[in-house]
Design a protein around this ligand. Structure first.
Ligand code: CTP
Ligand code: MG
Length: 169
């Protein structure tokens, strides 16, 4: 792997990946939608989006953004990474909203979007902040998204084999 790519991948997606992995530790938290049913008779978000999960994600992203910005010796980077990571957590929530509208039950897969929800949201924020440009940096972004999907497949398979997860996706 190209060293520049590896460094930039960790710089831009490291904290967001940590933030996104943290909520998995919460099994039965308080649903953000409080059980609310949307006009289509389906849950607004479902039981997979909890306040506890969101909170632990915000805390995790704070620590990861701190660590990465210290490593790159860049104070401003901390705020950018934390903001992008929180956007990532919100992206995951928005994805659940659309999954429910499509009639996909909580925990059932929506391939590619399940893996990239947070990364897409973080990338939009980087673009708006002028940190990444979705046109000029398209190769970096495509390569990063591909790596994120691959990492998901590997970690989820391991978690399934170790019986930490009951579904292999
Ligand atoms: N989680 C949480 N709160 C959040 C996000 C995630 O508690 N805000 C936890 C839930 O236990 C969830 C797990 O992290 O089951 C994995 O998240 P995700 O894969 O996004 O949820 P799914 O269970 O697949 O639900 P959905 O179909 O809504 O994506
Ligand atoms: Mg999701």
């Amino acid at each position: 792997m190209n060293i520049d790519f590896a460094v930039n991948f960790i710089k831009y997606y490291g904290a967001a990946m940590v933030a996104n992995a943290m909520p998995v530790l919460i099994k039965n938290g308080t649903p953000m939608d409080r059980g609310l049913i949307w006009i289509d008779n389906k849950r607004l978000l479902g039981n997979g989006k909890t306040w506890e999960g969101f909170t632990i994600g915000v805390i995790g992203s704070y620590l990861a953004s701190m660590a990465i910005s210290i490593f790159f010796d860049d104070h401003i980077l901390f705020f950018k990474l934390w903001l992008a990571s929180i956007a990532g957590l919100l992206g995951d929530i928005i994805e659940s909203f659309f999954k429910r509208r499509l009639g996909i039950k909580r925990g059932e897969p929506l391939p590619v979007f399940d893996q990239l929800d947070f990364a897409i949201a973080a990338t939009i924020i980087y673009h708006l902040m002028g940190e990444l440009n979705i046109f000029k940096d398209s190769w970096f972004i495509i390569l990063s998204f591909t790596l994120i999907i691959a990492l998901h497949l590997v970690t989820n398979s391991i978690a399934y084999i170790l019986r930490l997860k009951d579904k292999p996706w």
